[in-house]
Write a protein that binds this ligand. Structure first.
Ligand code: ADP
Ligand code: MG
Length: 319
């Protein structure tokens, strides 16, 4: 029901960047090779995410908007080992309850695309290639109290770009483009992992960082960590991923900070992109609606692995 959906939406959708995050998650889950984000007014007036993924069959379009409708989890036990970005079946329903949402999609076998308007429920043929475009207009138009909390367009745009940046660092094999008010704001072409790091974090990042490579049984820590040869005061350059999912996690942050303090004696702003791969049954991603937090079954094991991986990389003589 409407009210329940709007309350649930509050947990998933805080600002345009939350919409961007969820829609790009869905595009990647659908196997997209190219994801194009179009924004108006920092995403408040429009967030549109277009992908070339597998598409949604006509008869499944209305189902995709239902609460707890997900095509990604077959049973409760699947929750133990989630491989896709989405799995709660909440995002589209939540976003649709606080915006004007439409989905246009076409699967490989279909002779035409179909467009579903969430508000009216109208489903009609449309024109597009295989893939999906979700358009979200006038976010929070019916909940002015929430709209009031949004910042300037420039700030909301920055958050939207940051949301795509997080995905871009996780998926160098996928191309991303962000348009704002009809102008190209960022573009990252499909690339090798190192090239993508350079494209997203700056060309100098590769020269000013060391490779992190640590395989500890089923637990792997890979990535690159910046060394403080040149003053780097840019904040928010700490990217951590668990099984491909961007996370903000105290265990990882603390492990990284400890390593920097041990080896480099108090480098304040560590810069890194770290990719932790762990047996999915040893991490719970169903902790928070936005899936940005995780809970490790054995956080000491993860802390040690990350700390050691970083210490080894930072302490090694540089070529
Ligand atoms: P979840 O991602 O947790 O399954 P969502 O509410 O984000 O839930 O999406 C609901 C369903 O809609 C998905 O399970 C998927 O089947 C379908 N879907 C949404 N976006 C796309 C997309 N871009 N391409 C293909 N299918 C999609
Ligand atoms: Mg989703």
């Amino acid at each position: 029901d409407e009210l329940v959906s709007q309350i649930a939406a509050g947990e998933v959708v805080e600002r345009p960047a939350s919409v961007v995050r969820e829609l790009v998650d869905n595009a990647l889950d659908a196997g997209a090779r190219q994801v194009t984000v179009r924004l108006l007014a920092g995403g408040v007036r429009l967030v549109s995410v277009e992908d070339d993924g597998q598409g949604i069959p006509r008869e499944e379009l209305p189902i995709a908007l239902r609460r707890h409708a997900t095509s990604k989890i077959g049973s409760l036990s699947d929750l133990e080992s989630v491989a896709t970005m989405g799995f709660r079946g909440e995002a589209l329903a939540a976003i649709a309850s606080v915006s004007e949402l439409s989905i246009a999609s076409r699967t490989e076998g279909q002779s035409s695309a179909f467009l579903l308007d969430a508000r009216s429920g109208e489903l009609r043929p449309a024109a597009r290639a295989t893939g999906t475009t979700v358009e979200v207009k006038e976010l929070f138009f019916s909940t002015p109290a929430r709209r009031k909390f949004l910042k300037t367009d420039a700030t909301e745009l920055a958050h939207c770009i940051e949301a795509v940046r997080r995905h871009a660092l996780a998926r160098p094999d996928v191309g991303f483009a962000i348009w704002h008010e009809g102008k190209l704001a960022e573009q990252w072409r499909a690339a090798t992992p190192d090239q993508r790091l350079a494209d997203v974090l700056g060309d100098d990042f590769l020269e000013q960082s060391v490779a992190v490579e640590h395989v500890h049984g089923p637990l792997q820590v890979r990535g690159r960590a910046g060394v403080p040869d040149v003053a780097r005061s840019r904040a928010d350059q700490q990217f951590a991923y668990v099984n491909g999912r961007y996370v903000r996690d105290k265990v990882l942050t603390h492990a990284a900070r400890s390593a920097y303090e041990d080896v480099l004696h108090g480098q304040r702003q560590p810069v890194y992109a770290l990719y932790v791969d762990i047996d999915p049954t040893r991490v719970d991603v169903n902790v928070h609606p936005t899936k940005i937090e995780v809970r490790f079954r054995d956080s000491r094991e993860v802390h040690q692995a990350v700390r050691r991986a970083l210490e080894a990389a930072l302490a090694a003589p540089r070529a």
